[in-house]
Design a protein around this ligand. Structure first.
Ligand code: GLN
Length: 488
């Protein structure tokens, strides 16, 4: 499949298809992170200020469900592409659906707001995993440029995530919320045009499904897709017609059950798929890593919620005499990541044989994410007295969070694929996405407490949550490694 790209070194030594995917994902992340930067502020801003005037508990519930679904729907998105439409179409349709979703957000009515969020979840579910799968397909077995290719691709993600809060945030906060959403729409359309114009660089990759399902599997896949899309649609229609009157918080509570069932389901599949004790032990290790991953993302992903609110209302947003929009803080994670990622890859290589175990890296990630909140506890005390705090605190927070991300995110996916039996590879990728989805959900719910608690206490508990989890994980990492026989 990848033969034609073997000799192709036209994009920084990589196949030119990587350029196509780099820019497609860059624009998609531009759109997602632009959204993430302004969504919570838009939901909680007062109606006269052009916002939706929601309580933070309501906004937290919606934000939690939305950000969780963005990642959760990559599971069916991946299946649909593998089995029915192929990755190429999935990426294109996904991008189109995202653009439409953002356009609906720009329409600024309650109905279009929910429909827009729903479309963005579906579109991202189709685009994100499949674009990464396409990156993988550019390299033949044993092509040692693969990891480098993924690193370049990850840079594309972060270039998009860096630029969008700057532009989208500025427009949304300074000109009008809807203009932010319009810019995000234009960005996604630019990404799609670029994709179509340069798609031929992908050759045959992803044109067809990997394995065509038989008639009965096709039926159950379509029925599954119908349920996944149909239930939220039905709830939406019933709510709009006033037949039901669930609050966002009620729906978010119910959504927790969905996530728990997904977890139980995939573990049942993994456990039953094991053929010997070795494999079962690895699944236990994976399970522990996933719990750490959930705790990590639940704190980290509050960048768009609690940390965003804190930046907006409690931070003195002036640097070098310029009063910048508070959403600009959202760019820090990406710029730190772009600068630090090469250093971290070097560090892991330098450590060589003394490289830390995956569990140890995960515990470091938890400690750093906790530390990021700990530095905010003292300034939050001032904030609780309505004193605006210096921006350096939040800069430090994002710095620590990025170190945490570097200890967990790249390491996590590769550990999953290494630990799981090869025949369960597809499920395991999905499980990692599931942990990110759950983390996002919990983070959104935690953010719901922002208005009803002292900020100082909230940040202290979140810090404690990460630090205790990190210490526990560090303490267990040795016995765990011994039990599972992980040799690092
Ligand atoms: N920043 C990365 C991305 O957007 C990873 C985010 C995550 O895994 N939560 O793809």
């Amino acid at each position: 499949m990848a033969t034609q790209s073997v000799m192709d070194t036209s994009f920084f030594g990589h196949p030119k298809g990587l350029r196509t995917l780099f820019f497609t994902e860059m624009w998609e992340r531009f759109s997602y992170y632009g959204n993430r930067a302004v969504l919570f502020l838009y939901m909680t801003a007062a109606v006269p200020a052009g916002g939706l005037g929601m309580e933070t508990a309501t906004a937290g519930a919606i934000y939690g469900i939305f950000t969780a679904c963005v990642y959760l729907l990559s599971l069916p998105g991946g299946w649909l592409a593998d089995r029915i439409i192929g990755q190429r179409k999935a990426v294109f349709y996904g991008g189109g659906i995202i653009a439409l979703g953002n356009l609906l957000l720009a329409a600024s009515t309650t109905l279009t707001f929910y429909a827009g969020l729903g479309l963005i979840c579906v579109g991202t579910g189709l685009l994100k995993t499949n674009a990464s799968t396409l990156v993988g397909s550019l390299y033949g077995q044993g092509d040692n440029r693969r990891d480098g290719g993924f690193s370049i691709y990850y840079m594309g993600i972060n270039v998009g995530a860096f630029l969008s809060p700057l532009f989208v945030g500025y427009l949304a906060q300074r000109v009008g919320w809807r203009y932010g959403f319009v810019l995000v729409t234009i960005g996604m359309i630019a990404g799609l045009i670029q994709y179509k114009l340069t798609e031929s660089a992908l050759g045959e990759n992803g044109l067809r499904p990997v394995t065509e399902p038989g008639a009965s599997e096709r039926k159950s896949l379509l029925a599954g897709a119908g349920v996944i899309l149909g239930i939220p649609l039905l709830i939406g229609v019933l709510q709009t017609m006033g037949v039901t009157a669930f609050s966002a918080v009620d729906l978010a509570d119910a959504f927790f059950v969905v996530l728990a069932l997904c977890f139980a389901g995939v573990f049942a599949i993994l456990w039953r798929g094991c053929e010997n004790d070795r494999e079962r032990k690895n699944i236990i290790l994976i399970f522990c890593l996933l719990i750490a991953s959930v705790v990590f993302w639940s704190s980290f992903e509050q960048a768009g919620s609690t940390l965003n609110l804190f930046a907006d209302a409690k931070t003195n947003n002036v640097l070098f005499g310029y009063a910048y929009p508070s959403t600009w803080f959202q760019s820090l994670n990406s710029i730190f990541l772009i600068c630090l990622a090469p250093l971290f890859s070097l560090l892991w290589i330098r450590l060589g044989k003394n490289d830390l175990s995956v569990a140890m890296k995960f515990s470091l990630a938890l400690l750093f994410v906790g530390l990021g909140y700990l530095v905010l506890v003292a300034p939050a005390k001032d904030a609780d007295q309505n004193i605006k705090v210096a921006p350096y605190w939040l800069i430090a927070t994002y710095f620590f969070h990025t170190i945490g991300e570097l200890c967990l995110s790249p390491v996590g996916l590769s550990a999953m694929t290494k630990l799981a039996p090869a025949r369960l590879g597809g499920v395991i990728m999905g499980v990692f996405f599931l942990s990110i989805a759950t983390g996002n959900y919990i983070g959104g719910r935690m953010a719901g407490f922002y208005a009803s608690m002292k900020i100082e206490d909230l940040f202290f508990y979140i810090a404690l949550f990460g630090i205790i989890a990190g210490l526990l994980f560090a303490a267990f990492s040795r016995p765990l490694a011994r039990y599972t026989g992980e040799n690092q």
